[in-house]
Design a protein around this ligand. Structure first.
Ligand code: TPP
Ligand code: MG
Length: 820
């Protein structure tokens, strides 16, 4: 079903010019009377109080970091504290009109955001809901600490609770909102709409887009704000996030009732510095950050500059933009002008700016100025404000006392039962959300399902010989079956990436899905690998299941941060509060040269927090995809382009039509033998099958062939059992030999099965070169001869064998010396 938008040369070649709309700069006009009417006296005083609380909280952290004590309470805080002293009005203004359903994501400098969002929720939540959150979150542990001896109102208690949960988190304590696993730069409190903060500059941008997509697609209320710094406006993933957020398709192709573009607001807290780099005049060329929006879409992202030193100017902008977002007309960009007096961190000597500049901003300090306006407008008396300062200082002192005490606020155990147990959630969840999955066509009417029904489910004919490829249910069909099954039962499931829709998936894995799924469940994205993965992370952490795709493994570098720092870490950094049901499909190429033919399984194997799977047969592809798609952990699912066409050659009966799963982490024996164990990962299995046949027929050596199929988690048990029997082991895969995961496996086997080994464990990998042209590829990827020659030279001399390649130890030495 091709798209209906026609690109007409008569239109696109017409001469003309684009005119831009004016970009408003600081157009809010303060009006004390109107503001008092609109917000009421109490709310205005609360703005002052909230700003004062944040200021005191961060002043406390600064004092502890620089002097080792606060109000006489000594403490050595070893971790970071990126303070936003001076910026309080931005966050309090932002949260003034936000509801609990509105989410904010932030940066390394987000203590203020967490506190502002929590205090806003404390004010807005009905009392019963408020106490229920506090009583149930982490089994009520943080609540019990602040409850002891507290005599004020429930909302007052909830303020203590918010501050204590945040500070305990910063200090790495078990009562922290994320059990101390997030710490200062990653702390958050989801029940109040304060979502993960990110130590990677700009890291929240694409994650927040994913959260906004979740809201849109699953019809959830509220908007999503990505609070990021001016420095982050130069980061690739931030641009990618804006591109995905601004895609035309939300308005042109998605069902109207979805409501338009995802409700995402990119809020740049523009303090004019990224550490010491000055974004206005030095490291960037935009002069005014709000200009960025004009390059993104005709609406110019509704961008404007807001005076972030006036909380009410920020509140006004958020309220107006919120309406735009809820109407589906986003994305929105705000350039929120602000300034931090504190250094980038407490150790920053501020050598990049003058004292005079800091003094200029201090003179118009947001808290001082706002206090003065309250007094001038007769909203509060100077004495009231002094009382707020005093109460705040007493409150922070109380919280610090509780948070520094190891007795009241212990740390979690640093072992596998505690930290290790947070790495994966091992969920078994049929559907991430309730409801009826949206399908355009029932599964049985899907054209590909109908076509597949005519195919042989086994790759072997009655004579035991492989059937022609066109007749068999291939590996790509097997993946399709698993994906379609989960789409048909989990209403929250979405898949997106490049060429996911009309093209039929980059390698035809999704052919037929377009007919069955509306745009809001299966869509093409811009060519934004970082944001594709980042959006999936945000979508999943809000409670949906996402299947993003990287067209080639070689593009993993483009999504490096999202895979290596986000996808893998948020379950543990949230102490299990968040789940990460994301299956990242990664196609491993061949025949396309150096930048399209690399197996990078080893890169992801190295990163804690990822499950890594690499099926090599259709049976496994379906069973492993089924397994991945009902879990709640991030899985990087590798698929080799070399074998997308292959039928099932190992499992008698072929690929079952119904649902089944491959047991997690279990390697499978493809051929039993007694003299040598050959373990493969991925498509190298088929080269090893050829080598095994020669070993048996030509040299009477009986090989046991194991397909690891999992990289993490991996049960070494069956491999060790095999090695115990054979005493010898060779490992082979298409990954470049140096740094390959196979070396980890070899090292583990050498230690775990040392007594059974008669020879060293040998590794056969691809050459440590660029992948040459298709015609020369056999000199790069492991061939059956390499396996045989390696066995002959390093494991078990094969009588009468003539080597074709040099797999000797001196050659290994030579190659390593040359770095190849
Ligand atoms: C990807 C990345 N690069 C560099 C850093 C180191 N770093 C931490 S904060 C920062 C400056 C960020 O500036 P900005 O986005 O304006 O936020 P601000 O610190 O001003 O709040 C840098 C370079 C990082 N954390 N992540
Ligand atoms: Mg900055």
């Amino acid at each position: 079903m091709p798209k209906s938008i026609v690109i007409d040369p008569r239109e696109t070649r017409k001469p003309g010019k684009i005119t831009f709309s004016d970009i408003p700069l600081n157009l809010y006009t303060p009006d004390a009377k109107k503001e008092a009417e609109k917000y009421g006296k109490e709310a205005l005083v609360r703005i002052y109080r909230d700003m004062a609380v944040i200021r005191e909280f961060e002043t406390m952290l600064n004092t502890i970091k620089t002097k080792g004590a606060y109000q006489g309470i000594a403490y050595d805080h070893m971790g970071p504290a990126h303070l936003s002293i001076g910026q309080e009005s931005t966050v309090v203004g932002q949260c003034l009109t936000l509801g609990v359903d509105d989410f904010i994501f932030g940066s390394h400098r987000s203590h203020g955001e967490i506190i502002a969002k929590c205090l806003s929720a404390v004010e807005k939540l009905p009392e019963q809901q408020l106490s229920s959150v506090m009583e149930t979150y982490m089994g009520g542990a943080p609540l019990r600490v602040v409850q002891k001896g507290h005599s004020g109102s429930l909302r007052d208690l909830a303020i203590d609770y918010s501050l204590y949960g945040t500070l305990a988190e910063i200090f790495g304590r078990a009562n922290g909102f994320n059990k101390g696993m997030g710490g200062s730069m990653h702390a958050f409190f989801a029940p109040f709409g304060s979502m993960p903060n990110n130590a990677i500059v700009g890291g929240s941008a694409d994650i927040a887009v994913g959260a906004a997509l979740f809201k849109r697609i699953n019809r959830r209320p509220g908007i999503v704000i990505a609070n990021i710094g001016d420095g982050s406006s130069a980061c690739g993933p931030v641009w990618e996030a804006m591109m995905i957020a601004a895609m035309d398709q939300y308005r042109t192709l998605w069902p109207k009732e979805i409501g338009g573009a995802p409700p995402i607001l990119f809020s740049f807290f523009n303090n004019f510095y990224g550490m010491g780099g000055q974004t206005m005049g030095e490291t960037m060329g935009f002069k005014v950050l709000a200009r960025i929006g004009a390059g993104v879409n005709p609406e110019q992202m509704h961008a404007e500059r807001v005076d972030g030193y006036n909380p009410l100017a920020v509140a006004d902008a958020i309220e107006r933009k919120r309406r735009v977002l809820l109407e589906g007309k986003g994305p929105v960009l705000l350039d929120v002008v602000t300034y931090r007096y504190s250094g980038h961190s407490p150790s920053d000597a501020s050598s990049y700016r003058t004292k005079e500049e800091v003094a200029l901003w201090q003179k118009v300090d947001c808290i001082k100025s706002f206090g003065e306006s309250l007094v001038a407008g007769k909203i509060a008396k100077a004495g009231d404000l002094e009382s707020i300062q005093k109460e705040t200082s007493d409150r922070i002192r109380r919280i610090v006392e509780l948070a520094v005490s190891l007795e009241t606020s212990p740390r979690i155990a640093t072992d596998d039962d505690e930290i290790g147990a947070m790495m994966f959630s091992f969920g078994n969840v049929e559907t991430m959300q309730e409801g009826k999955p949206e399908l355009l066509l029932s599964v049985d009417k899907n054209p590909r399902v109908i076509a597949n029904a005519k195919k042989s489910r086994t790759g072997l004919g009655p004579d035991g010989k492989p059937l022609p490829k066109a007749q068999v249910l291939a590996l790509r069909d097997a993946i399709f079956e698993a994906v379609l099954h989960r789409f048909s039962i989990d209403p929250s499931m979405v898949a997106f990436g490049e060429e996911n829709r009309d093209w039929g998936g980059a390698f035809a894995v999704y052919r037929g899905l377009t007919e069955t799924l509306p745009y809001n469940r299966l869509f093409n994205t811009s060519i934004s690998e970082g944001a594709i993965v980042g959006a999936a992370v945000g979508y999943a952490m809000c409670g949906g299941r996402a299947v993003p795709e990287l067209m080639y493994c070689d593009f993993l570098g483009r999504s490096g941060d999202e895979v290596f720092n986000q996808l893998c870490k948020w379950q543990a950094m949230s102490a299990g509060v968040l789940k990460m049901p994301v299956v990242l499909r990664v196609s491993v190429g061949s025949k396309y040269g150096a930048q399209h033919s690399q197996d990078w399984t080893s890169l992801v194997a190295h990163i804690p927090g990822l499950k890594v799977m690499f099926p090599a047969t259709p049976y496994d592809a379906k069973g492993m995809m089924n397994l991945a798609l009902r879990g709640t952990d991030p899985v990087v699912f590798f698929e080799s382009q070399r074998i997308y066409d292959i039928g099932e050659l190992f499992v008698p009966g072929g690929v079952p039509a119904g649902y089944y799963e491959v047991p997690e982490g279990e390697p499978v024996i493809r051929r039993e033998g007694s003299d040598i164990t050959i373990v493969t990962i991925g498509a190298t299995l088929y080269k090893a099958v050829e080598a095994a046949e020669i070993l048996q027929s030509r040299y009477s050596v009986s090989p046991e062939l194991i397909d690891a199929r999992f990289i993490n988690p991996l049960d070494y048990g069956p491999i060790i059992e095999s090695v115990k029997k054979t005493g010898r082991c060779v490992l082979a895969s298409d990954a470049c030999e140096r740094g390959s995961f196979l070396h980890t496996m070899a090292s583990n086997l050498s230690q775990m099965a040392f007594d059974s080994l008669d020879a060293p464990v040998a590794v056969v990998g691809a050459r440590n070169w660029i992948t040459p042209a298709a015609e020369m590829e056999d000199s790069f990827f492991p061939q059956k001869e390499w396996i045989l020659d390696t066995i002959h030279e390093r494991v078990l001399p094969l009588e009468g064998h003539t080597v074709r390649t040099n797999q000797t130890v001196p050659e290994m030495l030579r190659r390593n010396r040359r770095g190849v």
